[in-house]
Design a protein around this ligand. Structure first.
Ligand code: ZN
Length: 286
């Protein structure tokens, strides 16, 4: 074989049809009719405003709902979710991407980290569902980006110190919620309202100005008790740059509802994953 020259059957190899890596048909499905009934019975518990270029925390009881609203102007939010009773169990962006795709849609779920690997929340409503896929291949609400952070910014900017990246905002918000070791628990996010994709020629991650406008919202059903932290990204609508104070930035509103026990009758939070965690060992424990 000659390096750099394709083999004689190159086209045949390329022509092999892809298969979906994780067929979703066997995934446990949310009961959307039940969630709709619960939503109509739910009572508002409170709300939190996330200031521009800051983060804030909130708690949602199992079976409750939370809504993230763009209240003022186009603004992207970076969301982290934790099991409120055990912050080691947290949102697993990569597995959620593998199970559902690069951008989340209504009825899809946010899955938690190993070993629990269970639904943490179901995306219940989305006023940007109409956006679909734009001519550039962009879609909204991705689970491909990580979060803007001061370390990458330091690398790319020649050593600049910037303290209001989403990573830092989420870290401060989680510390404010009383969680020890907060920075080490901050994880890859759901990019709320962000419009992203991959360039078709080079496969590079791109962002473009979010189509979100004041009044748009995403709403979630809490499958387990949740501690959430949300950052109003310093990139604003993420149409130009992030990790700076240069662009217009707006607040986000988080509203929380609880569902009365009577409306949750017969429903249980999903159990943690049932794998026995022996990993093929013949002796020894975990
Ligand atoms: Zn950010």
């Amino acid at each position: 074989m000659t390096p750099d020259l394709p083999p004689a059957d190159a086209e045949a190899r390329r022509a092999i049809a892809p298969v979906i890596a994780y067929p979703p048909q066997t995934l446990p499905q949310p009961d959307l009719a039940f969630q709709a009934r619960a939503r109509s019975a739910a009572r508002k518990l409170g709300e939190v405003v996330v200031p521009p270029r800051e983060g804030a925390s909130f708690r949602v009881p199992a079976g409750g709902f939370f809504r993230i609203t763009c209240t003022d102007g186009p603004q992207v939010g970076d969301l982290n979710l934790f099991n409120a009773d055990n912050p080691q169990e947290r949102f697993y962006s990569g597995k959620t991407r593998a199970l559902h795709g690069t951008h989340l849609r209504v009825g899809q779920r946010l899955w938690s980290s190993f070993p629990a690997l269970r639904p943490m929340a179901t995306l219940f409503a989305d006023t940007l569902a109409w956006y679909g896929t734009d001519p550039h291949g962009g879609r909204v609400h991705d689970v491909i980006g990580t979060r803007c952070d001061p370390y990458t910014h330091w690398l790319l900017s020649g050593g600049a110190q910037y303290h209001h990246c989403c990573h830092s905002n989420l870290t401060r918000a989680l510390e404010g919620a009383g969680v020890p070791g907060a920075e080490g628990l901050v994880h890859d996010v759901l990019n709320v309202f962000m419009c992203t994709g991959f360039t078709p020629d080079t496969g590079q991650y791109f962002m473009k100005a979010s189509p979100v406008r004041a009044g748009d919202y995403l709403e979630f059903f809490a499958e387990i008790p949740l501690l959430g932290v949300l950052s109003a990204c310093p990139g604003g609508d993420c149409g130009a740059e992030h990790s700076s104070d240069a662009v217009a930035c707006h607040p986000l509103l988080v509203e929380i509802w609880e569902t009365p026990a009577v409306a949750l009758a017969g429903w249980e939070p999903p159990a943690p994953n049932g794998y026995d965690r022996t990993h093929g060992r013949t002796t020894g424990g975990r």
